[in-house]
Design a protein around this ligand. Sequence first.
Ligand SMILES: NC(=O)c1ccc[n+]([C@@H]2O[C@H](COP(=O)([O-])OP(=O)(O)OC[C@H]3O[C@@H](n4cnc5c(N)ncnc54)[C@H](OP(=O)(O)O)[C@@H]3O)[C@@H](O)[C@H]2O)c1
Length: 372
Amino acid sequence: MKQAHTTPETFLGVGYTRDRAGLPLEAVRVPVPQPAADQVLIRVAASSLNPLEYKLADLNFMGRTPPVVLGFDLAGVVVGVGHDVSRVAVGDAVAAMADLNGDGGWAATGGRGGAYALARQFLTVRKPPSLSFRDAAALPMCFLSAFTAFYGAVQAGHTIYIPGGGGGVGHLAVQMAARVLKARMVISSGGRPQSITLARQSGAHFVFDYKRDDIAAEIAELTNGRGVDLVFDATYNEQGFVETAKTVRRGGSWIVLGVGPGKTTRLAETHSPVDAILAERGARHVNVNLLRYFSEPATLDSEARGLLQRGMDLAMEWATQGLVVPHVSQTIDSTVEAINTGLQSLKAGNGVLGKVAVIVDRDLVAVASRSQ
Ligand SMILES: NC(=O)c1ccc[n+]([C@@H]2O[C@H](COP(=O)([O-])OP(=O)(O)OC[C@H]3O[C@@H](n4cnc5c(N)ncnc54)[C@H](OP(=O)(O)O)[C@@H]3O)[C@@H](O)[C@H]2O)c1
């Protein structure tokens, strides 16, 4: 293993220290991990918030033994690599996603740095110089969610409904469908004026208010009664699932992110009419779940690794081309308080637009922006 000599032995991360303790997260001192053969050790410059982080604190559903440091989206500089790593080298600026059943890279040092995280080689990509650490760190989890949902499913000319086009996953999915995959019509929704605006700016041709409009009727009218070819629902909303399932055309696809209808709480399964609605239309129900890739990383086959690696490459490429660009509505320093406030807002579902970026190391971020 090659490793930089200045790396400390421990760092002060942000995470949970007790099983299913939920928010607030705490500062916790943990060892700087050592990269295994296919892993990269990253000195973290920036990260972003994802709902997964409060959900793991609430439910610890990966079955980890706390303490668990959170902050899975990563951008930073490589300081160590395992002996099988050839895709990146020590000193490279990278974007990456940490294993979801491992530790992340939030530090409790208020943007003064000092966080280190591991990522698999196939989930680490060189960051183009024109892309900031902040924006690079806003991409991995949300971009890969949209990318794996659309991969092989979307064809040019399709009509697509993406509810929640102002959300972290939603706004990237709208951009991808409209600007890269050449969907003929992208329809989206939001429940707040600012999320409706972001969905529009992201390229949606029609955006409805899910709290007021009869979206199924609007979509029926827009598609001459046919329905859309494909729905991508990343809203984790049971009532919303029922509504969006009704908008799929006969023989179309309803793609849901995560565990899917009836299971969103993870605590108890509830009855959901979604499958009956889809069956009536002969529509496919597809579950896309990034967590599945990480519950047993050792069992990932080369096809799955290749897909995620391709996704990371395209995230950088499309962002630098201005095609799929994260909207960072808020940038916070990496403190326990700021992270807890941001996660509380995400959990309440009322204060976050696009992505919230976390600056873990202001010096690294400043050096990179001066050299651009
Ligand atoms: N398992 C996986 O592989 C995986 C991966 C990534 C994310 N996820 C999950 O996917 C979900 C979304 O993640 P995110 O980062 O995009 O969260 P987010 O930024 O909080 O976005 C959620 C969006 O859903 C919208 N929404 C809520 N209820 C809706 C409804 N009834 N109809 C239409 N839109 C609705 C919200 O719109 P308004 O704000 O306008 O109300 C918001 O824009 C989270 O639950 C996350 O944990 C799962």
